[in-house]
Design a protein around this ligand. Structure first.
Ligand code: CA
Length: 229
C-alpha cells in the first residue's frame, strides 16, 4: 500500500521538491498551501503522515498541529514539522502533545525521506518500502523474497502469502476461518484443514532457520505469529 503523505507548505518550490522525492520513493504526495487546505485534504482522506511547515500564512503550523492533536479522528496521524530557526526547534522540542519529529530547513530530500521512514516504522511498523522486519525475519514485499538471519528462504507461493499476512498482522490470534478469508480470499472450495496443511509447511520452511516457533498454535482459537518464541 502506498503511503499517503500530506505536505503543508506555502512555498511552492519546497512543496514540489518534496512531492517529487516522495513520488520517486513510491509514496503518494498530497499538497496543501495552508492550514485550511490541509484540513480539507485531511477531511477527504486521512494521510499516513503530515509534513507540516512551521511558518504558514494565517494559521501557523504549530496551531494546526495542536488542532489535529485535539481531534480524535486526527490525533494519531504522525507529524513531522519543517522548521527554519533555532528558536522554533526549541519550541518544537518543548511540545508535549506534539509532533513526532522535526526537520530543519534547508534539508536534503534524502534526509527527509529517512526521517519519514523512521517515523512510519515507529508509528505504523511499516516504512512504506514494503519490507517488513520482525525479529530475524525479513519479508521483502515488492520482490516477494524472504530472508531469515539474512539468508534467503525458499518458500512456496501459498506459504509466502500466509507469511506475508502474518508479518503484517503480528501478535494477534486468527482463527482458521479468518485466515481463509484473509489469505485465500474466502474461497468456498477451500476447507479449514487446508490452513493447517500450509501452517505445517510454513513451519517446515522456517525450521532450518530456527524460526518455526514464530508460528504459534493457540489451542481452541487458531494461530498467532509472534516475534516472541
Ligand atoms: Ca513557510
Amino acid at each position: 500500500m502506498r503511503k499517503r503523505i500530506l505536505i503543508v507548505e506555502d512555498e511552492a518550490s519546497i512543496r514540489d521538491m518534496v512531492a517529487f522525492a516522495l513520488h520517486r520513493a513510491d509514496m503518494e504526495p498530497v499538497h496543501a498551501a495552508d492550514a485550511r487546505a490541509a484540513q480539507h485534504a485531511i477531511a477527504e482522506a486521512i494521510p499516513d503522515l503530515i509534513l507540516l511547515d512551521w511558518m504558514l500564512p494565517g494559521t501557523s503550523g504549530l496551531e494546526l498541529a495542536r488542532r489535529l492533536r485535539r481531534e480524535e479522528s486526527t490525533r494519531e496521524i504522525p507529524i513531522i514539522m519543517l522548521t527554519a530557526r533555532g528558536e522554533e526547534i526549541d519550541r518544537v522540542n518543548g511540545l508535549e502533545a506534539g509532533v513526532d519529529d522535526y526537520v530543519v530547513k534547508p534539508f536534503s530530500t534524502r534526509e527527509l525521506l529517512a526521517r519519514i521512514r523512521a517515523v512510519l516504522r515507529r508509528t505504523q511498523g511499516d516504512d512504506g518500502s514494503g519490507t517488513i522486519e520482525i525479529g530475524n525475519l525479513r519479508v521483502d514485499g515488492p520482490a516477494h523474497r524472504v530472508y531469515a538471519n539474512n539468508e534467503p528462504v525458499q518458500i512456496g507461493p501459498t506459504e509466502y502469502r500466509l507469511l506475508h499476512f502474518f508479518v503484517t498482522h503480528p501478535e494477534r490470534v486468527y482463527s482458521r476461518a479468518q485466515l481463509l478469508d484473509h489469505v485465500w480470499g474466502g474461497s468456498v472450495y477451500v476447507e479449514e484443514r487446508t490452513v493447517d496443511v500450509h501452517i505445517r509447511r510454513l513451519r517446515q520452511t522456517l525450521e532450518p532457520h530456527g524460526l518455526a516457533n514464530m508460528v504459534q498454535t493457540v489451542r481452541g482459537a487458531g494461530y498467532r505469529f509472534s516475534a516472541q518464541a
